[in-house]
Design a protein around this ligand. Structure first.
Ligand SMILES: Cc1ncc(C[n+]2csc(CCOP(=O)(O)OP(=O)(O)O)c2C)c(N)n1
Ligand SMILES: [Mg+2]
Length: 803
């Protein structure tokens, strides 16, 4: 629906006037920050700036309808919104530009993210949840345009779950599911698949999501005609509009410079989403970019004079001011007094932020200058050290890098000398580097007590008469225990619900636990992960199922950009303990036998990657993960569901430890490291090797990220002095990673008598059928021959040439 100008009936004129003046103040404050922010970049104090100018007005309207418990999932234009809610102060804004690393001063990411990336803190310092119903929440932005969409779906879905699922403890997360998830996206970014996928899924799921499209008709230099069919996203999406008989969206279209129309649209949107749990789209048109896209270029290069003139005329702040004057809400003098005051405030905030930013660095510089001076006293390189010191003194506004370089260079000039002063300099340098490194590298994984690698192993208990069952039965019965034990656990994916997953690992679970907790979804991997991230951000324990490992790559950007980076980019202030369940490895054909582990372990640092060899180990990983609060990917072995395993008596209780390898067979001649389905083939090959007198030790890596934190593999190599890593990834994939861990990190090279080797799959995708598998992936004979060749090389007499 088109929204025209109307004043709100619900509040008195005085209140309305007060609201308008307060909104004008925020609009002007935000704009002043944008203007000064750009200058800070152009004068070199900050490296990059992307601001919210030209989008102020609709964000004020959104902020007015945003309540405690609500969540935002937006992008870099939303500074006015954050300022309106008091979540971003001008001083914070400048600290973010300078990349201050103190989280108290730069609450958005402790300097890890560029300015313009917003968040609120969901966690206390010990990693426990704050009461999110008592604060206004923003999930942490990412730079990838439209990357905020998948998680938006999950944030909205959480309200639906909290409203409709009985027996949940949502105390810190929801009040009857009344919370809205508010999304924002630029017009050009609506071209992304993630946008369309999310829009469709939210329409299907009917979740309380309000998505605002800030339409300035450009995506950097590219105008709307290259982005959007009919150059009008709400027109194109009008088929999503709900009708009396069909569920869908409520769609609003409103001009971004029209204050009262915006207020009206947002109030309506909020009512519909909050009460009815219906998704709403607000297409905010006729927005502008007063300073162009970012500090990287000027828009005069690609906008003609007519467009630039139109943008000046339709600048939402200018129009807002004109409207205030015309309506007699305030006069020019009053507004100018406000503007003057705000300009002073912002200038002062900027100055203070810069001084605070420099404070610690100047103190460190002073100490370092003194240390270099003292250490140079008796040095033959005194002149060089003096020059170094004077250069440092001349660096009036040093950054950490300047200090690190000076200290490290000074130590080079002192090579071979020995003095107490030099020792003091070494001490300072080591401490400085270590502290700085920690500032930039901490919180990749949880640093709290219940981090996944701290969860103790609990062995499965077997009785003498323990049943031998299909592996999938162990998973199913273990999930049953978990759903019973953790009421906030839910699982969803393609064919996950009614049929209980394609391999029956969830057989009967939907009947028992209901369609909210065990749910079917559309075929849309990215938003399945998004559902998981969003719900995990709001206290639920989702398990998102990706039907086959080969299809996880549809969701890879969301996994790597959003989930894996979350704890790190928020400096530990947000967590999404999402478990992803999938199945892979050697079944049949190019897309059902995937083992692209190298790609996963490299792109998903910040998550755990677990490749259990059987379903008991897999079930144990789920049990461990639910005791922890970190995100993980569990890859079940596709050809293992029908293999017989003994059923443990302590289902739901036994825990497979994370970060620990397991020795499957003892041996003395060579250490074989493998994981997943390939491990079974290695075991068979090892039996055949015994027949020719080669006794191999077999180690199951099983947790690839992290790998072998106790360094057990090197202990095995100390005994066998030989190493072969076997997997079914491409050459140089996961096997190379494991080799690096064992040789370099564990220092195994010292104990090797033969060159360490890898045996992996071919570089191409695995061909279909039994022969396709045999000639694509390492088979029993390959393993036998590779091991034999290593033994032949070291003792040709004992092991004569095979062929
Ligand atoms: C996935 C991705 N592709 C490209 C970019 C580079 N980029 C940053 S902003 C932008 C334009 C976005 O335009 P729009 O969505 O209309 O938002 P606006 O900046 O106009 O508010 C592009 C292409 C990016 N950040 N992410
Ligand atoms: Mg745009």
């Amino acid at each position: 629906m088109d929204v025209s100008s109307k004043t709100s009936n619900d509040i008195s004129f005085d209140d309305f006037k007060e609201q308008i003046i307060s909104d004008y103040e925020i609009a002007f404050l935000s704009r002043t920050c944008s203007l000064l922010g750009r200058k800070e970049v152009l004068t070199g104090k900050a490296k990059f700036g992307i601001f919210g100018d030209g989008k102020e007005l609709p964000q004020l309207a959104m902020a007015r309808s945003f309540k405690n418990g609500d969540f935002r999932s937006g992008y870099y234009r939303d500074q006015t919104f954050m300022m309106a809610l008091g979540l971003l102060k001008p001083k914070d804004f400048f600290h973010a530009l300078y990349a201050t690393t103190d989280i108290e001063k730069e609450p958005m990411s402790a300097g890890r993210q560029m300015g313009g990336h917003f968040l609120t803190h969901s966690l206390n310092t010990d990693g426990s949840w704050k009461d999110l119903t008592k604060q206004k929440n923003s999930s942490a932005d990412i730079s990838c345009t439209a990357g905020q969409m998948p998680r938006l779906l999950g944030l909205a879905q959480a309200s639906k779950v909290y409203r409709n699922l009985k027996g949940l403890d949502g105390a810190k997360f929801s009040v009857n599911g009344d919370e809205i998830a508010w999304g924002t996206i630029g017009n050009a970014s609506t071209s992304e698949g993630m946008f369309f996928e999310t829009i469709n899924a939210a329409g299907v799921l009917q979740v309380p999501m309000v998505i605002s499209i800030w339409d300035d008709e450009y995506g950097i230099s590219v105008p709307a005609k290259y982005h959007t069919t009919k150059e009008d996203i709400s027109k194109v999406l009008s088929g999503f509009q709900r009708t009396e008989s069909e569920k869908g969206y409520e769609i609003f279209k409103v001009n971004g410079w029209d204050y009262t129309a915006l207020m009206h649209a947002y109030e309506n949107a909020a009512d519909i989403a909050r009460q009815e749990h219906v998704p709403v789209m607000i297409h905010v048109k006729e927005l502008t970019q007063p300073q162009g896209h970012s500090t990287s270029g000027s828009h005069e290069r690609y906008k003609d004079n007519k467009r630039l003139e139109w943008e000046r005329d339709f600048d939402c702040n200018k129009r807002f001011k004109e409207w205030i004057l015309e309506s007699g809400i305030a006069n020019n003098e009053e507004l100018e007094a406000i503007e003057k005051r705000i300009k002073r405030t912002v200038r002062e905030a900027k100055k203070q932020a810069w001084e605070e930013y420099l404070q610690g660095l100047l103190a460190a510089k002073k100490t370092l200058v003194a240390l270099i001076e003292q250490a140079s006293g008796k040095s033959p390189n005194k002149n060089f050290l003096n020059k170094l010191k004077n250069d440092l003194i001349a660096t009036e506004e040093p950054i950490k890098k300047d200090l690190a370089i000076s200290a490290r260079k000074a130590l080079r000039f002192l090579l071979g000398e020995s003095s107490a002063e030099k020792a003091a300099l070494i001490d300072w340098t080591s401490k400085f580097l270590q502290e700085a490194q920690d500032i930039y590298s901490n919180n990749l994984y949880s640093e709290n007590e219940n981090k996944a690698t701290n969860i103790n192993a609990v062995a499965p208990i077997f009785k003498d008469d323990s049943e031998q069952v299909d592996g999938r039965v162990i998973l199913r019965d273990n999930f049953d225990k978990l759903f019973e034990k953790y009421p906030n656990t839910l699982i969803f994916g393609e064919d996950t619900g009614a049929i209980g997953d394609v391999n029956q690992g969830l057989e009967g679970m939907q009947e028992k636990y209901g369609a909210i907790r065990v749910a079917d979804t559309g075929i849309r991997e990215t938003t399945i992960i998004g559902q998981g991230i969003g719900m995990a951000l709001r206290g639920l324990r989702p398990i998102a199922e990706i039907q086959y490992l080969d299809y996880i790559f549809y969701a890879m950007t969301t996994l790597t950009d959003d989930l894996a980076s979350l704890l790190y980019r928020t400096a530990g202030k947000q967590k999404a303990p999402l478990i992803i369940r999938t199945r892979g490895h050697r079944l049949e054909g190019i897309w059902h036998s995937g083992s692209q582990m190298g790609g996963l372990i490299h792109l998903l640092r910040g998550m755990y990657i677990l490749a259990p060899r059987n379903m008991t180990q897999a079930a144990g990983f789920y049990n461990t993960l639910l005791k922890s609060d970190e995100p993980a990917l569990v890859i079940e072995s596709l050809n293992g569901y029908r293999l017989k395993e003994r059923k443990p008596n302590n289902l739901g209780e036994f825990c497979t430890p994370i970060g620990k390898v397991e020795t499957i067979k003892k041996g003395s001649d060579i250490t074989l490291v493998s994981y997943g389905s390939t491990l079974r083939i290695v075991e068979k090959a090892a039996k055949e090797l015994l027949e020719v007198g080669i006794d191999a030790e077999i180690i199951d890596a099983q947790t690839l990220l992290p790998f072998d934190i106790d360094k057990d593999v090197v202990e095995s190599i100390k005994k066998t002095n030989r190493l072969l890593v076997i997997d079914e990834d491409v050459p140089g994939g996961c096997s190379a990673y494991l080799l690096n861990e064992i040789i370099e990190k564990q220092g195994a090279f010292k104990y090797l008598d033969s060159a360490p080797q890898t045996l992996s799959a071919k570089a191409h995708r695995p061909a279909y059928g039994t022969d396709g598998d045999y000639f694509s992936k390492p088979n029993r004979e390959d393993i036998f021959e590779k091991v034999y060749a290593i033994m032949h090389e070291s003792s040709p007499n004992d092991f004569p040439k095979l062929r």
